[in-house]
Design a protein around this ligand. Structure first.
Ligand code: FES
Ligand code: FE2
Length: 385
């Protein structure tokens, strides 16, 4: 029986009610073949976060690798961001090898020097018709531009939809925005902008799904985050109502750190102690507080390695002014400590998935509801041919 058939057999157990369900099998975390299945059936079909708008200044082209695919992010002089497959239409050379500014506005392939503009149009094909001609009657440059990838930017997160047939992003994000409408409106969220020097990265030796699963529950708080638990204890955390594409937890004992300097204007004064931490499936982890916002984007590197990229957003001048540099630094440090505390747990779960004695485990019917919700969300997509 091949790997895929084995996984399919197990998926029925994942779809059971929580009392009798077990989680995704080890192969979903340990095999290169299932990593590709994750890409093609789970991640490609939806809206995946691949980075931040601040990664791509105007007139820059930035190559990234996402689950094995070479992808190109560009931003033209007017600030318009586009996403393409990073491959030359000619002989399939990876088009852009290094991030950089392109003063000419043209992206040039290093192999035979074909050029594309920032909209992906093929602009130059030197000597395509022989040493004395840059054209050929049988070659139509207008149908040989770069292949675009559906994308959008929300809260400075760059989302892509590889399959091109996901529901519109506005529809995808609407249930979460509806949930959050008691605190913020789409307009009031615009008061937050990316902080200067407010990014960090952590590499974890675990499958991307374990990083997601760990973020979905607060059950581990007392043991993994004793310090956090001392001022935001487990009993003050609650499960947020699961949506079709998100789940997560909230806290009713949030206190903005000293120096935060204000709150999002729409946030009711009596609710400032609320904060929520949902995962927007598949790979976007969010933190909404009245004074700042963060995203942790989980980039799956391979089946046992993930990159966690975090960016914080702040209110108005807190995001950019030098006088708040220390505040931004201190908040990055705090979150870095919290997220670093989780590493041994996700890496330990990864190591545990090498054991033949583990076949998906069991769940607390109370504390692991979201974890199973995510497993089932993944399982439903894996089951589709
Ligand atoms: S492969 Fe790019 S120009 Fe030939
Ligand atoms: Fe944690």
């Amino acid at each position: 029986m091949n790997q895929e058939s084995k996984i399919h057999l197990h998926l029925e157990r994942v779809m059971r009610p929580i009392e009798s369900a077990s989680g995704l099998p080890n192969e979903c975390y340990t095999d290169a073949s299932t990593f590709k299945l994750d890409r093609d059936r789970v991640i490609a079909q939806g809206w995946a976060c691949v980075g931040f708008g601040t990664d791509v200044p105007n007139n820059w082209a930035v190559p990234i690798t996402f689950m094995g695919y070479p992808i190109l992010l560009t931003r033209n002089s007017a600030g318009v961001l586009k996403v393409f497959h990073n491959v030359c239409s000619h002989r399939g050379m990876q088009l852009v090898l290094e991030a950089g500014k392109l003063g000419t506005g043209l992206i040039r392939c290093k192999y035979h020097s074909w050029t594309y503009d920032f909209d992906g149009n093929l602009k130059g094909t030197p000597m395509i018709g022989g040493t004395d001609s840059n054209k050929h009657n049988d070659f139509d440059p207008t149908v040989n531009g770069l292949r675009p990838i559906a994308n959008t930017v929300w809260m400075d997160n760059i989302f892509i939809n590889l399959s091109g047939d996901a529901e519109p992003f506005e529809k995808f994000i609407a249930p979460l925005m509806h949930r959050w409408s008691k605190w913020v409106s789409p307009e009031s969220l615009k008061e937050l902008t990316p902080g200067i020097d407010a990014k960090m990265e952590l590499v974890v030796k675990s499958n991307w799904k374990l990083a997601v699963e760990n973020f979905l529950e607060s059950y581990h708080l007392p043991w993994v985050h004793p310090n956090l638990n001392s001022y935001s204890p487990l009993e003050k955390h609650y499960d947020i109502d699961r949506g079709e594409n998100f789940a997560g937890q909230g806290s009713s004992s949030y206190t903005a750190p000293a120096g935060a300097n204000g709150n999002i204007s729409s946030w009711p004064g009596k609710e400032l102690n609320f904060a929520e931490y949902p995962v927007l499936y598949p790979n976007t982890l969010l933190g909404l507080q009245s004074d700042h916002f963060f995203t942790m984007c989980i980039i799956p590197i391979d089946e046992t390695t993930s990159l966690e990229r975090v960016q914080l957003m702040f209110l108005g001048e807190v995001a950019t002014d030098d006088k708040y540099a220390e505040h931004r630094k201190s908040l990055i440090k705090t979150w870095n400590e919290v997220f670093s505390e989780d590493i041994f747990a996700v890496e330990g779960m990864q190591a545990g998935r090498q054991s033949p004695a583990y076949r998906g485990g069991v769940f607390s019917p109370v504390m692991d509801q979201h974890t199973l919700h995510f497993h089932q969300w993944v399982a439903k997509r894996l089951a589709k041919e």
